[in-house]
Structures are given as structure tokens and as C-alpha cells.
Design a protein around this ligand. Sequence first.
Ligand code: SAM
Length: 330
Amino acid sequence: MKVLFFLSGNNIFAKDEVFSLFESYELKYEIIYDEGQLLILKISKSNIDFISRLGLTHFVLDVICDFDIDKKINENIFDIDWDSRLSLDRTYKVRVKNKDKIEYGNLELIIAKSISNFFKDKIKANLTNPMDEIVGIIFRHRLFIGKKIFERNKEGFNIRKPQLRPFFSPTSIDPRIARAMINISQAQKEILDPFVGTGGILIEAGLMGLDTYGIDIEEKSVIGTKMNLLNYEINSFDIRLGDARKILEIFGRTFESIATDAPYGRSTKIDKDKEKMYNECFSSIRESFKKKCMIGLDREYPFEDIGFKIDKVYSFRVHKSLIRHFYLLS
Ligand SMILES: C[S@@+](CC[C@H](N)C(=O)[O-])C[C@H]1O[C@@H](n2cnc3c(N)ncnc32)[C@H](O)[C@@H]1O
């Protein structure tokens, strides 16, 4: 089976989110196309329900075919065997996304005609609420056709934007980034956020079905995080008031993975000696996870000096004025 991931933005973070999920669910893959926002993997198993966890992928297609857009394009489209992807008892819709700046004619209509011909005009289209969606992507003079098997719930992410939560802080990161952090940390069962803030990371973890654990040194953040989690119907969590320097003391155990956004700028006013605070908190984090740890920071940090292995660093702009560095650590 060939699966196409249409990534949000051309960034390595989005790609690694996909790879990390496959790795944590121990599923082998082969990269067969990797250009711009398009990533195509060859996999042997068809049960990949875990892709519904993705935060930085717009949609996923089960690839039917792909070919260069040339004079034979119509012939190629009319040669497609639709039987394996569509059926007479289901409705369908065709959508074509043109990522090239050139016009290639109405390929949506040509694909729909090919489907209709194949099923001798007996298959029903439904443009508003189809059961199946056939998607064509035109990219670099090539047409990729597939059946949609996952679409990110855009509306769902929009209603979880930090400013729409009952308890708000401008330091909270975008829910899609939070989700990618958790996925890259390879958490399958549980996640700890030792600087929980408003709970942005734990909201996403809870919605993915993970057990959620958090710590914050400020009582208002502990109360606010619980309020936010309940607001998105996450009813099971363990959020404690405390200092991230003492994770093992607070919980008495280690965690599968950690994903966190370290205090910076205004949120560090409680701790004047930031260097010392970072050093002590990160040392405590280092002792408290089994798989991977993902830490977001507003600057570079020498994690090797306190015993971590740096697997990867992702640096990109999260707001107009703020570059954040995400460290994947083991
Ligand atoms: C950048 S914010 C976390 C943002 C969070 N990801 C969110 O979605 O809101 C950092 C949080 O760390 C907390 N904090 C600062 N020092 C701490 C410490 N030593 N132990 C635990 N929490 C601490 C602050 O109170 C603040 O809420």
C-alpha cells in the first residue's frame, strides 16, 4: 500500500511527526516520494488508524496512481480500475488541488467522468457529504490520485486555540505543534508535562487517548489547566502543584515520555536565576522518562552537558517575533 501525506507546510517537523508515529507503532515504511508538502510511504500493513493522531498533516491518501501530466493524461485517467476503492452502494466526490502555477484544464471533471464511465453511470456523486473522496494533487507537473483515508479536523484545532480556552496565557503553543511534540516524543500510553502552564500539550494528549500528568509551580496554572482539560471533556488527569526540580518526589515514578515547553520570558519571573533553574529542572526531567523527551525553548541549550543525548533540534518561528527550538532528547 502506498500512502500520501499532504503535510502542512514544507517542514521537517511535520515529516518527523509521521515517521515517529510509524516508529512508535513499530511499522516499517519505505520513503518513495518526498518533495515539498508531499510525502509518500510504502507500507505493508493497511491498519494505520494511528494516523488520526497527526497534528501537522492536512490529509492522507491511499494512493491509486500517479503520472506525469502530458498528452496521455486523459487516457491514463480513463484506464484507472476504480473497483478496489469505490463501490455502487457508496457516494463519492472528486477534488483536485493544483499546487503548480500552470492551468491543466478541468481534471476534476475528467476524473469524475472516468469514475462514472467505469460504473456505467450507476454510481452516485454527492458533493456536500460524500462517503468517499477521491483527491488529485497536481505537483511539479505530476498528478497524484488517491482515496482520502484521513483529514485533520481543522475546526477542532481552531476551537482549541489558546485564546479560546477558559484559562488563557499568551505563552501557550498552537495545538497542532503541541500534538506533533507528543507524537515525536513517541508516547503511546502517557505523557508528563512538568511545566504545564495552561495545559496546551495535555489537552492534545488527552484527546489522543493518552494518560495525562502535569506539574506547575503556580497554583493558578494547576487550577486553570484542570479547567481547560474539563472544557474539552478530558475528565481523567493528574495535575499537581509543585516544582519541576522534584518530579520523582512528586509522582514517585518515571513516565513513558515527556513533552514540555520550558518557561521563558515573562513566565520565568518567578525564578530570577534562570540558568540555575533550567539546570536543576532539566536534570530532574532527565531522570524521569523512559522513551523520549521533547522540550521547547526560546533559545539553544547545551543539553549534553547535563547528560542528555540530543537526537534532533528543530528551530522555527512559532509567532511573528518568536523562534522556538524544540529538542528531541533521549
Ligand atoms: C511556557 S509556560 C508552559 C506553557 C504550556 N505549554 C501551555 O500550553 O500553557 C511555562 C510554565 O512553567 C511554570 N514553571 C516555571 N517554573 C517552574 C518550575 N520550577 N516548576 C514547575 N513549573 C514551573 C510556569 O508557572 C508556567 O506556567
